[in-house]
Design a protein around this ligand. Structure first.
Ligand SMILES: Nc1ncnc2c1ncn2[C@@H]1O[C@H](COP(=O)(O)OP(=O)(O)OP(=O)(O)O)[C@@H](O)[C@H]1O
Ligand SMILES: [Mg+2]
Length: 260
């Protein structure tokens, strides 16, 4: 498998982008290779989860955008094989100054020259439409859209899919994206109905595993524990493992067609 650059995107907030980006990064780094998580959210929640509070952060994603020395912006997390470019509030102001949507893509191209080697680069993103998300979509090999089965989320997805289409057209290439469901509830029948309705409409781009609302996530957040470490066999980790397996199947298919 080539280096996979995987983003978590959705214009709707609170749908599980950060939780998914962190859990997937942890699973990938434990089982499949070196991972770099790039936190592009000015609210930097992923950074807060993955770095101990006593770690001194001097360079962040906004420096990554400005500087040519990328190594300086990378920190080791406490987890083996998992590094991070931390996020910061500054991202919001840099966003207004940088205009080239290829900026992240071009930076990643220089990784090899700077002796940086990752099998997976994961992006956590803000939910505000704009330059950051567009640049992340442009740089990514796969875009993953966590979706809650409600009407406003569906509208958010329509907008992001239409934006992906525009970026693909502008870049004259296919941009791959998949949807998966998050924060599902076991027993709300209106939710079940809309879920089935959406599933039938997006079956071709659906990674068909439902991530349920799981109180272990809330407990881990409240106590500052790592979700994977605290609950190794938990249902939510099993579901995210399944999500990865489905994703790898799609990546194999994509790489197969690219090699034809
Ligand atoms: N499967 C889950 N079960 C229970 N709680 C969850 C689950 N996934 C996410 N959460 C919680 O839901 C809230 C929103 O999740 P998260 O921060 O991952 O979403 P987000 O899309 O990154 O939000 P934002 O747009 O604010 O960055 C968080 O409090 C998180 O702990
Ligand atoms: Mg987030």
């Amino acid at each position: 498998m080539n280096c996979q650059i995987i983003s978590f995107i959705n214009y709707k907030g609170g749908v599980g982008k950060t939780t998914s980006a962190v859990i997937i990064s942890r699973l990938l780094s434990e089982k499949y290779g070196n991972v770099l998580l790039i936190d592009t959210d000015p609210n930097y929640h992923a950074t807060g989860i993955l770095l101990d509070s006593d770690v001194k952060v001097t360079k962040t994603f906004s420096d990554f955008l400005k500087s040519s020395n990328i190594k300086d912006c990378i920190l080791n997390t406490t987890y083996a094989n998992l590094d991070i470019i931390p996020g910061s509030l500054e991202t919001a102001s840099v966003e207004k100054k940088v205009k080239n949507k290829n900026i992240i893509k071009n930076k990643i191209k220089t990784f090899k020259k700077q002796n940086l080697s990752y099998q997976f680069i994961i992006f956590d993103t803000p939910s505000t439409a704009g330059f950051i998300i567009d640049s992340v979509i442009t740089a990514s090999t796969i875009n993953l859209i966590p979706l809650q089965p409600d009407l406003s989320s569906l509208n958010g997805v329509k907008n992001i899919v239409s934006n992906i289409g525009k970026i693909a057209y502008y870049n004259k290439r296919t941009i791959h994206f998949f949807i998966f469901f998050t924060l599902l509830h076991q027993s709300i029948s209106a939710e079940k109905n809309i879920l089935e309705n959406i599933k039938s409409k997006v079956s071709q781009i659906l990674l068909d595993v439902g991530i349920y609302f799981d109180k272990s996530v809330i407990e881990a957040n409240a106590s500052g524990d790592d979700i994977l470490k605290a609950y190794p066999g938990s249902e939510i980790n099993i579901k995210y493992d399944k999500l990865l397996k489905l994703l790898f199947e799609r990546i194999k298919l994509i790489e197969g067609t690219q090699n034809e």
